[in-house]
Design a protein around this ligand. Structure first.
Ligand code: ARG
Length: 442
């Protein structure tokens, strides 16, 4: 009996050829699996193509809702942006696809799973590490990396020779992966890191020049860190992300151009369009500024970086992620409220926020009447903050620094009566304005 393999099938040229190659050259029974994460695949046509290419069965699944709720929302709550920028669309999609691969393999009694990644990127790592976590008994084959080795021209010739129903579209100038959380664009002309990304790389977002002159203001609602609505209207997760992709895209929000450190050790030039993710991260961050105490806010940035690295490196199904999730979830207790943003000419600017759990107290912050802050308490506070510093300076010598006033040309002697109020002592004009402490005698 032939071995069964469940292949992650996009419907594109590579994986269509792979279906036949796995059948013919490797003797597999191929079960194709196509997962919709929001890239608007034509699922029926893809299913037909998989079967026509020789798959014994073709699964197509709409996983958009679990993708947003179980993958995007946790990453948003964590503040996970790889290298502080990339909202991780592709990286979050892979473990979900891997999970369904494993589940279909169990249902079909397959001992193998396969995917269409090459040997150069992060995606192979993400698929295979996730499979290792969920189905450690499974074997993995990546045809494009493990033996199929055809150029695009060879794939087209192979498809024709085997009467595979491929759509030979003009070759895309870029390598693209997209889902609801963003569109990842790489390769082609973009490999010139100095080149401004050509406008044809962008599909979801307007250029700043073409974006409307008039801004849109949106008010986003969050409950315990989860986005729940817009402009006072409750919205399901999927609808909210789709609407923010549309509106943000219209205003040119969410374009990212970065040099990315791939897990496999390569630096690569990456372009992203992620309007909803960029807007939601900005809004969520603004809400946390309001409701997290300073200690948590500071520590959480380290957790965010760790979480982003872990997701990027394909370690979604790990105990480490679960543990970080538990921390993140706990920080979100008070992350309930509204954030208002202005979307205009490529930027999503926070212009207001409110929360029933806000730690911002106007009566403490104000410089106007009604100030309840105890100014005199500051004296003792500074004394104690300065205590170890002063002690060290007294015992071990003053802090090492280059003198600022060594050059006499900067020293201005001012004689008595030079100022209106009359100064008895000569005073020194600071060489660098603002650097000299008023209390240099201590
Ligand atoms: N560099 C991004 C990542 O590692 C995007 C990868 C996109 N994949 C693709 N086939 N274009 O997450």
């Amino acid at each position: 009996m032939a071995n069964k393999i469940v292949l992650a099938y996009s419907g594109g040229l590579d994986t269509t050829v792979a279906v036949r190659w796995l059948t013919q050259t490797r003797g597999f029974e191929v079960i194709a699996l196509t997962v919709d994460l929001g890239s608007q695949p034509k699922l029926d046509a893809i299913r037909e193509r998989a079967l026509a290419a020789g798959a014994v069965r073709a699964y197509v699944l709409d996983a958009r809702k679990p993708f947003v709720e179980r993958f995007c929302w946790p990453a948003l709550k964590a503040g996970a942006l790889y290298q502080g920028q990339y909202p991780l669309a592709t990286a979050l999609g892979r473990p979900l696809i891997a999970q369904i691969l494993v589940e279909v393999a169990a249902r079909e009694g397959a001992t193998w799973v396969g995917h269409g990644s090459t040997g150069k990127g992060n995606d192979q790592v993400r698929f295979e590490v996730a499979v290792a976590a969920l189905g450690p008994q499974l074997k993995v084959l990546a045809p494009l990396r493990d033996g199929m080795a055809m150029t695009r021209e060879q794939e087209i010739a192979y498809a024709h020779a085997h009467h595979l129903p491929i759509e030979v579209k003009p070759e895309s100038p870029y390598s693209v992966d997209e889902n609801l959380w963003g569109r990842s664009i790489e390769a082609g002309a973009l490999e010139d890191a100095l080149l401004k990304p050509p406008e044809d790389a962008f599909v979801w977002t307007s250029s700043v020049d073409n974006a409307p002159a008039t801004a849109s203001v949106v008010e986003l609602s969050f409950e315990a860190g989860v986005p729940t609505g817009m402009d006072g209207v409750e919205l399901a997760p999927l609808a909210l992300v789709e609407e923010l992709n549309r509106l943000g895209g219209l205003h040119g929000v969410g374009r990212i151009d970065m040099i990315e450190d791939r897990f496999v050790g390569i630096k690569s030039r990456e372009i992203y369009e992620a309007p909803a993710a960029v807007i939601l991260h900005a809004a969520h961050r603004a809400l946390e500024e309001l409701v997290l105490d300073a200690e948590a806010a500071r520590f959480k940035t380290s957790v965010a970086a760790e979480y982003a690295r872990l997701v990027y490196q394909g370690k979604w199904f790990t105990s480490h992620r679960r543990d970080l999730d538990a921390y993140v979830e706990s920080t979100q207790r008070a992350a309930t409220g509204q954030v208002r943003l202005k979307l205009h000419k490529g930027s999503a600017q926070v212009i207001g926020r409110s929360s029933p759990y806000s730690l911002y107290r106007p009566q403490l912050a104000t410089y106007s009447a009604g100030d309840e802050f105890d100014h005199q308490a500051a004296v003792g506070f500074i004394k104690l903050v300065g205590l170890p510093v002063r002690t060290q300076a007294q015992v071990q010598g003053a802090a090492a620094t280059e003198p600022l006033l060594e050059d006499d040309r900067h020293v201005v002697e001012v004689g008595p009566g030079a100022f209106e109020g009359g100064l008895a002592e000569p005073v020194l004009a600071p060489a660098v304005p603002g650097v000299v402490d008023t209390d240099l005698r201590r």
